[in-house]
Design a protein around this ligand. Structure first.
Ligand code: ATP
Ligand code: MG
Length: 648
């Protein structure tokens, strides 16, 4: 018999309450939940009015499913809120960024510095003919000019689309064309893994074929590598900035003015150009940043490790933290160059208090060993965060023990490019934490877990995660393709947003994310999620990382197939056959025979997107012996070959 819901196998009992001291000093208490439950729209209006509005709004929400307009008759300038406002309030000397290049060069940039930079850059863009509503592509590494570029666009009402610096010419061109960008901002090259990585040539190749409408390429000097120069298009950033007027007055934009288009990571298929607008987006980015990370801007030092090419870099490096006037740390290059001590030394150097990263990074820290973090003084840390994938309890405990001194609350934040800001998360001063659970919908957010027919699933059972009321930072459409917007997110449940993820709520009311609905396996009529079986595999002492997929099986419909990376010190301690048998048995005894993998492949690496997420659809292709699908968003194509070798 076929179950409607997703079976749940995990049973995590550990609970961690905030310390009394933390709870006492926390910014947000239970009253926010009560306030939002009482009058959701008023709750968000109040949060919106914590920002500066050039003109106040009278209408909070206009909801014509599936199109929402928030604060639509108000006028706001997003960049003004992130810059001038702090300078005018007397906080111009506050550090906005402590930045470090990979070779070890350092810059300290205050809010006054950044405001001056963005004003000039706004004038540069205007002088290039960029008008309100035009699109600008930003193809830059993690350097302060990337932040300035986003804010300069926001300041003049140009809509930016950032493209991750690791993407190929074709990926870049597809985004330039889809967004119809008028200007591209890039750099000569940047530092990564001890080398200078040329970036400008990728733009040159991307623009080789005619048919685009790019009129200028603004080039930041960073790598100092030799590059080709096209006099018709190319302009040095430093030359243009030296010539630019220093003053620029920010004007209010309509609250629904398009702020940015961002293409999703492409974990499940072809990336979608997600459109975000101004007032609602900034309201929720700023509120969630403050509430979820308990940000006290006068004293906290925040470090979100995400690249500005991803939504996390938009909402929790640029817009949320800067709207709150937060001091941040930012770095060019990777965490293991020059040595794996780098992130921990930076935390010690700048006294980082709040650290936000992805489970994939945490698992790689675990893999290389705790001696690295233990080599630095991490006692400044008081809150830890994670985003991007479900975090397994094993990694959660390690993060808390080794990075958080066994006391720092961990906020496991669930959200998507589409949601624009955090939706489900603990609040660190209130929530009793359970390792592996994202806990509760934030105040003002309505979550429901439904079965395929749109009915709520019984408590404890897994189902489809939906958002049942519009939220301020929600996507407004897919750029240029409103039909795809409707089909992807709304056709299934009408006026409830279908997120594409599985989830369940346990009897205590905690929400557990179960992975992507597309990845759910059907074994002998039981619907099994990837997250719990992967969690069990990673719970074994020998395993560093694991991915499971469902592969067609004559006897059971689908069978569980697992791909496992062993920890370095276990790689030699048993044969491949022994390892496979051991892990199959481990899953069966840990969570049940139904979840026992039919096969376990010990592999050197897993296929991941450039933002570090496992691409299970490629593993499914491998497990079923098919030609593998679209790999354009894959970080390292050689990984697939290495796995194929192992499977022979
Ligand atoms: P695409 O939509 O193109 O396939 P993507 O979904 O990977 O790409 P993102 O918007 O970057 O693109 O990722 C959002 C997804 O990441 C969520 O839908 C969810 O599957 C996963 N995710 C994010 N945070 C968490 C979390 N805290 N716990 C579990 N899963 C998470
Ligand atoms: Mg997605």
């Amino acid at each position: 018999m076929m179950n409607e819901s997703i079976d749940s196998l995990m049973n995590e009992k550990r609970r961690f309450a905030p310390t009394e001291e933390f709870a006492r000093n926390a910014l947000v208490d239970e009253s926010h939940y009560a306030e939002a439950a009482d009058d959701r729209l008023e709750f968000w209006a109040k949060r919106a009015r914590e920002l500066h509005w050039h003109e106040d709004f009278t209408e909070v929400l206009d909801w014509q499913p599936p199109h929402a307009k928030w604060f639509q008759d108000g006028k706001i300038n997003v960049a003004y809120n992130c810059l001038d406002r702090h300078v005018e309030a007397g906080n111009g000397d506050r550090v906005a960024f402590y930045w470090e290049g990979e070779p070890g060069d350092k810059r300290t940039i205050t809010y006054a510095d950044m405001t001056a930079e963005v004003k000039r850059l706004a004038n540069v863009l205007l002088s290039m003919g960029v008008k309100k509503g035009d699109r600008v592509a930003i193809y830059l590494p993690m350097i302060p000019e990337a932040v300035a570029s986003m804010l300069a666009c926001a300041r003049i009402g140009a809509t930016h689309t950032t493209v991750f610096g690791g993407f190929s010419p074709q990926n870049l061109r597809m985004r330039i064309d889809d967004a119809d960008a008028k200007v591209v901002i890039t750099c000569d090259g940047f530092n990564r893994k001890g080398k200078v990585f040329a970036l400008k040539p990728t733009v040159d190749t991307a623009l080789e074929k005619p048919g685009h409408n790019v009129e200028n390429v603004l080039v930041v000097r960073r790598g100092e590598n030799e590059i080709d120069w096209n006099d018709d298009l190319d302009v040095w950033y430093h030359d243009a900035m030296a010539d630019a007027e220093p003053e620029h007055v920010a004007e209010g934009m309509e609250a629904e003015h398009p702020l940015f288009i961002l293409y999703t990571s492409g974990t499940t298929g072809n990336p979608k150009g997600i459109l975000h607008t101004s007032g609602g987006y900034l309201t929720q980015a700023a509120y969630t940043h403050k509430a979820v990370f308990d940000i006290h801007p006068e004293t906290d030092v925040f470090w979100c490790t995400a690249d500005i090419g991803w939504v996390t870099g938009h909402s929790y490096v640029v817009y949320g933290p800067m709207a709150n006037g937060t001091t941040q740390v930012m770095n060019e290059g990777t965490f293991d160059t020059p040595t794996p001590h780098r992130p921990w030394q930076m935390i010690e150097r700048y006294g980082v208090t709040v650290f936000y990263t992805a489970p994939t990074a945490i698992r790689s820290f675990m893999k290389i060993g705790r001696e690295y973090p233990q080599g630095s003084d991490l006692s400044s840390i008081r809150v830890l965060g994670t985003v991007g994938e479900p975090i397994n309890p094993e990694a959660w405990m390690w993060y808390r023990e080794v990075i958080g001194a066994g006391t720092a609350p961990i906020v496991d934040t669930w959200w998507q490019t589409e949601t624009g800001a955090i939706m489900i998360s603990p609040l660190p001063g209130i929530t009793e934490l359970t390792p592996g659970s994202a806990e509760r919908a934030l105040p003002g957010i309505d979550i429901e877990i439904l079965n395929e027919k749109g009915e709520p699933v019984p408590e404890g059972q897994g189902g489809l995660l939906t958002i049942s009321s519009p939220w301020p930072a929600m996507l407004r459409t897919i750029w240029g393709d409103d039909k795809r917007y409707q089909e992807t997110y709304w056709d299934k449940f009408g006026d409830k947003y279908f997120a594409g993820d599985g989830a369940r709520i346990d009897p205590e009311g905690d929400i557990w994310l179960l992975g992507r609905v597309d990845d759910v396996m059907n074994v002998s009529g039981h619907r099994l999620s990837t997250a719990e079986i992967e969690s069990s595999l990673v719970g074994h002492e020998s395993t560093a990382e694991a991915a499971v997929v469902g592969a067609a099986d004559e006897a059971t419909g689908q069978a569980v197939v697992a791909f496992v990376i062993l920890k370095e010190r276990f790689a030699e301690s048993f044969s491949v056959e022994e390892g496979e048998a051991l892990l199959r048995k481990h899953v069966a005894s840990d969570i049940g025979a139904i979840a026992r993998p039919r096969q376990v492949f010990i592999v050197p690496d897993l296929p991941k997107t450039r933002s570090g997420k496992i691409m299970r659809r490629l593993l499914r292709d491998l497990a079923e012996g098919r030609e593998i699908g679209d790999t354009t968003t894959l970080a390292d194509a050689s990984v697939v070959k290495a796995i194929q070798e192992q499977m022979r």
